[in-house]
Design a protein. Structure first.
Length: 517
């Protein structure tokens, strides 16, 4: 890929090290294709909204060359700085809200939600260099062959990178989906000078022309999953291609993955979804400038930035796009939507915007609003917000009552007249027990027997109903061969009180016949 083009006011100042190498590679390719750069350069990645109660909002604070991670309550109160790094961006909460993945130094790092336990997971690389300037006389303007510039300075720059960005946790937290970007970019910059050895470009020469001869070698950007424990690659979400670049991936609570796809030939960017790594990608928006997708907590919708000025909402399988305009606040000449993310309860959106203020100043700010676009409120100065899911309290389990279980077999007493005729099992709350009566009916007569139970049981604890037949009752039972025992037990717990009757057949011989409680 080779081209010479007039860049005008951009100048060489537009080529320093950039935070997102994936975005940088796409901007270079877009420039080569002659397409608009606005939406690409303004986009900033966001993460999936996992279901839960709405917690704090994490965000990046800093300019394009330095930043740290902060968090604040959803109304902007109680801001807290979580990292002290100079290049920390794009925080993403785990599904339980306990961890944050973020970009650090061309790679990905992890930490706890309070900023503790910071550790680098993926390390990238970046380098740039420049050659000593050269001077040339009688330079022919490539755009105006009849025009000759007396002297020009020719400067060659190069930069190479292999970086990881835009992390998003899988629902179980075991993996991250990230964008892997690599390439080497060469740029030869030519500008008019007063004379040979002059290092200052003539900014007023014929409109301040700068000329670029640019080439991006082996530039690629694709989406992969990695282990959140080791950083080892686990899958390629979509194969690399010379036709498109994939970036800004995000997981849904159900395990789907959405990402932005920039088409190299058309210059369009669309939102695509795969059901699982390696599955066929489904295009769910038609562009031309759709970026930074984020799933709703229930996984049915995707929010994204459209054209840098609006928010789009589309079903996870595609279909009509609902557009939410983002009017400029008072005192703002232009604004750009960089990112959007759902709240964990699905009722709101948090939006990262770049605002061009009056007086040639700019600001990045975070807003919240309803999913219908209403109730826009500024929360903080920063970018790339992500909303923390606070785990919802588990639904209370239904209360389990106590129960009595009489033995289903005939009970053969021991030589001392002892035996067990069943058990009382406590439910989901502590219970109290009291034996009301214990009688044996044998040989047409009824006589009392001894029964034993503890007075209290813990939830889920059980106790055997033990009896002992002695004296005349024991003699009568031995003569008759069998008898029927009934033990009445009053049990109380959080659900109330009830009298259980435990029945069993006592025999002097082997057990054969069953009986029911």
């Amino acid at each position: 890929m080779n081209l010479v083009r007039k860049v005008g006011a951009l100048g060489i100042e537009s080529r320093p090290a950039r935070r997102h190498r994936a975005t940088f590679a796409i901007v270079v390719l877009a420039a080569a294709a002659g397409v608009a750069l606005l939406a690409i350069s303004m986009s900033d990645s966001t993460r999936a909204a996992f279901p839960g109660a709405n917690g704090r909002i994490a965000y990046s604070y800093g300019d394009g060359y330095s930043g740290s991670i902060w968090s604040a309550n959803a109304d902007g109160t109680s801001p807290a700085r979580l990292t002290n790094g100079a290049n920390d961006y794009s925080p993403a909460y785990s599904a339980n809200g306990g961890r944050i993945a973020f970009e650090r130094e061309n790679g990905v790092a992890l930490m706890n939600a309070d900023g503790s336990g910071q550790a680098q997971l993926l390390s990238g690389s970046y380098s740039n260099s420049s050659e000593p300037p050269e001077w040339q006389s009688e330079f022919h303007n490539p755009e105006k062959p009849s025009e000759t510039i007396p002297f020009v300075k020719i400067q060659t720059y190069s930069e190479a990178w292999h970086t990881f960005a835009s992390p998003s946790f899988s629902p179980d937290g075991s993996q991250l989906v990230v964008v892997e970007s690599k390439g080497e970019f060469f740029s030869t910059v030519t500008c008019a000078v007063e004379a040979e050895e002059d290092t200052e470009c003539i900014s007023g020469y014929e409109g301040g022309h700068y000329f670029y001869d640019e080439e991006c070698a082996a530039c690629s950007s694709h989406v992969i999953t990695v282990s959140s424990a080791s950083g080892a690659e686990t899958a390629e979400v979509a194969p690399s291609s010379s036709s498109y670049q994939d970036f800004e991936p995000t997981f849904s609570a159900g395990g789907k993955i959405a990402f932005s796809r920039w088409n190299r030939s058309s210059g369009d960017s669309t939102i695509n979804v795969v059901n699982a790594p390696g599955a066929a990608a489904v295009q769910v928006s038609n562009g031309p400038n759709d970026y930074a997708p984020d799933f709703s907590p229930d996984g049915t919708r995707i929010a994204f930035t459209r054209g840098g000025r609006e928010i789009g909402l589309v079903g996870v399988g595609g279909g009509p796009v609902t557009v939410l305009p983002m009017p400029n606040p008072a005192g703002v000449s232009h604004s750009y939507v960089e990112s959007v993310a759902f709240s964990p309860d699905g009722t709101k959106l948090t939006v990262g915007r770049r605002l061009n203020l009056t007086g040639a100043k700019s600001e990045r700010a975070i807003y919240t609003m309803g999913v219908d676009g209403s109730g826009l409120v500024k929360v903080a100065v920063g970018s790339a917000p992500d909303w923390q899911p606070n785990s919802l309290p588990p639904s209370p389990s239904p209360a389990v009552p106590f129960r009595g279980k009489a033995t289903k077999h005939k009970v053969k007493l021991s030589k001392s007249g002892k035996g067990s005729i069943g058990a009382v099992v406590c439910g989901s709350s502590p219970c109290t027990l009291k034996i009301l009566s214990a009688t044996l009916k044998v040989g047409g007569k009824t006589c009392p027997v001894k029964a034993k139970l503890p007075k209290r049981l813990a939830p889920g604890e059980s106790a055997k109903v033990r009896i002992r037949v002695v004296g005349k009752c024991a003699t009568t039972l031995k003569t008759a061969g069998k008898g029927s025992v009934v033990v009445r037990v009053r049990v109380g717990d959080a659900l109330g009180k009830k009298v259980l009757e435990m029945r069993a057949t006592l025999v002097a011989g082997a057990t054969k016949k069953h009986s029911k409680a």
